[in-house]
Design a protein around this ligand. Structure first.
Ligand SMILES: [Ca+2]
Ligand SMILES: [Ca+2]
Ligand SMILES: [Ca+2]
Length: 347
């Protein structure tokens, strides 16, 4: 009788165009923020790892600034996050990028004996499951003193699965306050908008196939103590020094602004900071950004990984430990956190 009533209800709902809500019976683990929405999504991660901390102590190529060790936590994070493409900052500039690729080969080996590709520009390294072409790098100078820069490459995605490739700019902007440093951050943003303008117009130094998705990510050193004008420039294409870098240019292919992804901690809640140092009196901040051409790509899942606030069950399932994002677990010093987006190419 109850079954008959249920069937009548279903029939009635069908007549008015609704379907009854059916509880899924699958026993598979429910999706968490760590899961990609689909296998076709590209998982892109940016992480300022602090000078060469991901390499063992005693590595002869370690940067002279190296004083911290996150060798094992970094490997656990890679295993849990499983990025397809990474942008790492504060990799010592004398290091061959294949040393970064070797870590990925060990932790996340590719099928068929393929090797991860790696490309360095200043202290920025792009690491990718896929071929990297159109490799370039740029440096931002002040009085001939080398300061910061970025690594650039086209991630050559498999034609069978993706309509187009993905152009990536992995950047580290100048840190600290003060007029000179603000000016250097603005120079770098102006340089990049001029580059994006060149990407979209025939001629000049670079041409991309029309509608190629692009993403600018990394440690932009965007503080809450200054207006972070350089971030506005990247999003809106409003160049400040037009005498030197040319006319403003909307950075997206459809003549609109780009989008700043602004992921949340573990995909939910209100926290969005990507850097934190409780010892020095600064507010935690969104120093690290992921800015992209939203007319040709979509971010369907994103998170700042914060293991310290993750559910213990999920931590365990992911093979992570609560302290894994601390640079120094003894003093609870975070430094930077890993920032992740899952990208769908919509072009
Ligand atoms: Ca061009
Ligand atoms: Ca302008
Ligand atoms: Ca747009």
């Amino acid at each position: 009788m109850i079954r008959r009533a249920f069937l009548l209800l279903v029939a009635a709902l069908a007549l008015i165009g609704c379907e009854p809500r059916v509880t899924p019976t699958s026993t598979s683990t429910p999706a968490t923020f760590l899961d990609k929405p689909t296998p076709q999504h590209l998982r892109v991660m940016t992480y300022n790892v602090n000078w060469d901390s991901i390499f063992p102590a005693g590595d002869p190529n370690n940067d002279q600034l190296r004083d911290s060790d996150r060798v094992e936590p970094f490997r656990r994070i890679l295993k849990a996050v499983q990025p397809d493409v990474l942008c790492l900052q504060e990799i010592g500039q004398d290091r061959h990028p294949s040393q970064v690729g070797a870590i990925l080969d060990e932790v996340l080996p590719l099928a068929g004996g393929e090797k991860w590709r790696a490309h360095i520009g200043q202290d920025n390294v792009i690491v990718s499951r896929f071929d990297l072409t159109m490799r370039a790098d740029a440096s931002i100078h002040q009085n001939r003193t080398l300061t910061t820069g970025h690594a650039l490459a086209l991630v050559d995605l498999p034609d069978a699965e993706y309509a187009t490739d993905l152009y990536m700019v992995c950047a580290h902007f100048k840190s600290s306050g003060g007029e000179i440093n603000l000016r250097l951050r603005q120079h770098q943003a102006d340089t990049l908008v001029a580059w994006v303008r060149d990407m979209q117009a025939p001629g000049g130094k670079i041409d991309l196939a029309k509608g190629t998705p692009w993403i600018i990510l990394g440690d932009l050193n965007a503080y809450d103590t200054d207006p972070a004008r350089h971030v506005t420039t990247l999003v809106t294409g409003d160049i400040v020094n037009e005498d030197r870098y040319g006319a403003d240019a909307k950075p997206d292919w459809d003549g609109t602004d780009a989008t700043d992804a602004l992921p949340r901690h573990n995909g939910t809640g209100t926290e969005t900071y990507t850097w934190r140092n409780d010892a020095e009196g600064f507010n935690p901040g969104m120093l690290d950004r992921i800015i992209y051409a939203d007319s040709v790509m979509r971010v369907d899942n994103s998170f700042v990984l914060n293991t310290t606030t993750m559910d213990p069950g999920l931590l365990q399932a992911a093979g992570l430990q609560a302290n894994d994002v601390f640079l120094n677990p003894v003093t609870s010093y975070y430094d930077h956190l890993p920032v992740v987006v899952d990208v769908a190419i919509t072009r």
